[in-house]
Design a protein around this ligand. Structure first.
Ligand code: GUN
Length: 294
């Protein structure tokens, strides 16, 4: 079967160009340039890359950005003081604290310290709760990016059976909410995870599979109904001696054997990843415009 590749990189580039145009219109009208701050703790390679990409995306969108770095031994108190400063800094429209945090810091405490009106990651319980009942809110960037990709590629989701693999707060849970909502995917949603006994059977019945379990090549051909649409959220670093970096990003889907069965599929890299950063930019623009909150 001829499948179409869902190009997240190109879609993200187009949306960032749209954002940039809107920003320049705001500035030309005498408004404030949106300003995103990012807090990075420690030197985790993946987190460094993600945050650098976020800062670069800000420049592409015409945003101001500020990167605040701490060593891995920063105290919870110091980090909370930084969050408090950013909450009160009127020049900052939105900010993120890159996760994961070192084990001695209570992640949830940090998330809940962020002013929900500046929580462009959409991780604060107020945003999570408002999103869940369909109220205007900052929505977690990865699920928002996936829904946008499905919409821009004209994938029919209404009334379809969607299986989500993974139940994380950042991807699986908000994805399930968005896909089931009438104003979202309007689909019938099943969430599977590491303790789901009938996981393969569930997948085989799915019109859409969203794989976000962080296990390389987990979704194999025998789990996919012919004609399905596959969204791969996996980005596990696996050693690869042929790469300069020494690793490559591996998705949750065994692409080579699954792709020929699909109607459409996202690649890794170049699928969901670029959309995640792009949706953070969209959320920052919304924060600058006070779209959801005064
Ligand atoms: N770690 C992995 N994904 C994310 C994200 O979307 N935001 C933040 N802050 N940390 C992350």
């Amino acid at each position: 079967m001829e499948y179409s590749l869902i190009d997240g990189k190109a879609t993200a580039a187009a949306i960032k160009a749209e954002i940039k145009q809107q920003v320049e219109a705001i500035v030309a009208a005498g408004g404030k340039r949106p300003h995103l701050a990012a807090v990075l703790v420690g030197h985790d390679g993946g987190s460094e890359t993600y945050v650098n990409n976020k800062v670069r995306a800000c420049a592409e969108c015409g945003f101001e950005s500020t990167l605040i770095r701490f060593e891995a031994d920063v105290t919870e108190e110091e980090l909370l003081a930084c969050v408090d400063r950013l909450n009160r800094d009127a020049s900052v429209d939105g900010f993120i604290v890159q996760l994961p945090l070192p084990r001695h810091i209570a992640e949830q405490k940090v998330i809940e310290a962020i002013d929900y009106r500046k929580d462009v990651d959409g991780f604060h319980p107020i945003n999570v709760g408002r999103m869940a009942i369909g109220l205007p809110a900052f929505v977690s960037a990865t699920p928002k990016g996936i829904l946008t990709l499905l919409q821009r590629y004209g994938v029919q989701t209404s009334g379809k059976k969607c299986v989500i693999l993974g139940r994380s707060n950042i991807v699986g849970k908000p994805m399930a909410q968005l896909m089931m909502q009438k104003e979202g995917g309007d689909a019938t949603v099943t969430v599977c995870h590491s303790h789901s006994p009938q996981l393969k059977d569930e997948c085989r019945q799915a019109d859409i599979i969203i794989a976000a379990i962080g296990r390389p090549d987990f979704v194999t051909a025998d789990m996919v109904k012919p004609g399905a649409v596959i969204i791969d959220v996996g980005t596990t670093r696996v050693p690869d001696a042929t790469r300069k970096s020494g690793f490559r990003l591996n998705g949750d889907v065994k692409f080579d054997e699954v792709a020929p069965l699909c109607t459409a599929i996202t690649p890794v890299p170049g699928g969901v990843g670029p959309m995640t950063i792009c949706m953070l930019m969209q959320n920052t623009l919304a924060a600058g415009r006070h779209e959801y909150y005064d």
